[in-house]
Design a protein around this ligand. Sequence first.
Ligand SMILES: *Cc1c(COP(=O)(O)O)cnc(C)c1O
Length: 406
Amino acid sequence: MGDYVVRCVGCGSVRPPYTLVCPEDGALLRAEYALKRLSPRSLPGIWRFYDWLPVHDIIREAGEGSVTYRSSALSRELGLKNLYISFSGYWPERDALMKTCSFKDLEAPPTMQRLRERCDSPTLVVASAGNTARAFANVASMTGQDLVLVVPESGLSRLWTTVPRGRISLICVRGDYYDAIQIGERIASMPEFVGEGGARNIARRDGMATVMLEAALAIERLPDHYFQAVGSGTGGISAWEASLRLVDDGRFGKVLPRLHLAQNLPNAPIYHEWHGIKAEACPSEDMFDDVLFNRHPPYGVAGGVRDALADSGGDVYGISNREAADAKRLFEGAEGIDILNAPAVAVAALANAIESGAIMSDETILLNITGGGVSRLKEELMPEALRPDIIVSSSEEAIDFLAGRS
Ligand SMILES: *Cc1c(COP(=O)(O)O)cnc(C)c1O
């Protein structure tokens, strides 16, 4: 049960299970599961895909999964015949019950479970622009695990919870997401702390991979195309890895879905890299979406975003603020649920792909709505703001605070 080895995507060597990158070539590592056929367990949420998650037990209180349904209204608006929507968020009528309203809810529970399985029980450190921090805060509060969150000031408004706050230290950073990441890395390098590893963490990737597994079961095949808004591109890598496993399984088709990844212009490093465009030196402050800007995505590393795009015949879309805003209105009006700004960028990419002829109207399309239902949840569950314990300008201040805490 839950049997796997961790293998380097570059050189093929097997590595100890908690390694994050290959020490030989710096490539991403991937879980290789003993079972090659997808056989869902009668367990709740994502734990259904237990055989393809790198864990040996589950967290019963957490682990809500994504939900796939066939669209009728948006499908009609766009002139598509086989549009499926994967929804991660809060939408009770469709059995979508993620309490932090984004697909980061798929990554946090397997990461926390895997941490529990380590003998040294370190404190997890998560640096985040908001959605990831919210998801990890939720799981940590339910399980009582220690957690340090490092969040830029601009991300604070995204930090709320519907459960009593657990053993969480919330450090707010004067600066941007990049500053928060750097302070998080300093903390994680200290004894008894560990960073969650972002895209290099197989528990995060295989948690996100359940989007494609759940969709393939619902559609009864792999889609021809997969649309997602990306920042780090981890979700894109995960969708690719899930597809490789499903192709191996043999019952879902032989062709990998083409990845259509979308970013909000002009802060769009993956878009610029893929198209070989020189980016602006200064990032723009005026963005429709600000969670999708990651300055150092795992792009060129073996097993990273470029490999996922090349292997699947994919493409990257640059979406303007205007296009994203229009797409958000279109989606919400048609499907009847509020969505986050990031997935609106994916909806705009889908509209562009139809216009350019990159996809055909009868092909099977999976649109990943990576977050939504926040307005619904706020009406019904009245979440509370998570308040910072300290506001810092440097890693020294953060480390002093943590040292004085115990
Ligand atoms: C994090 C996030 C994304 C982008 O995720 P990747 O890690 O780049 O795949 C997209 N949408 C939402 C709502 C997110 O929180």
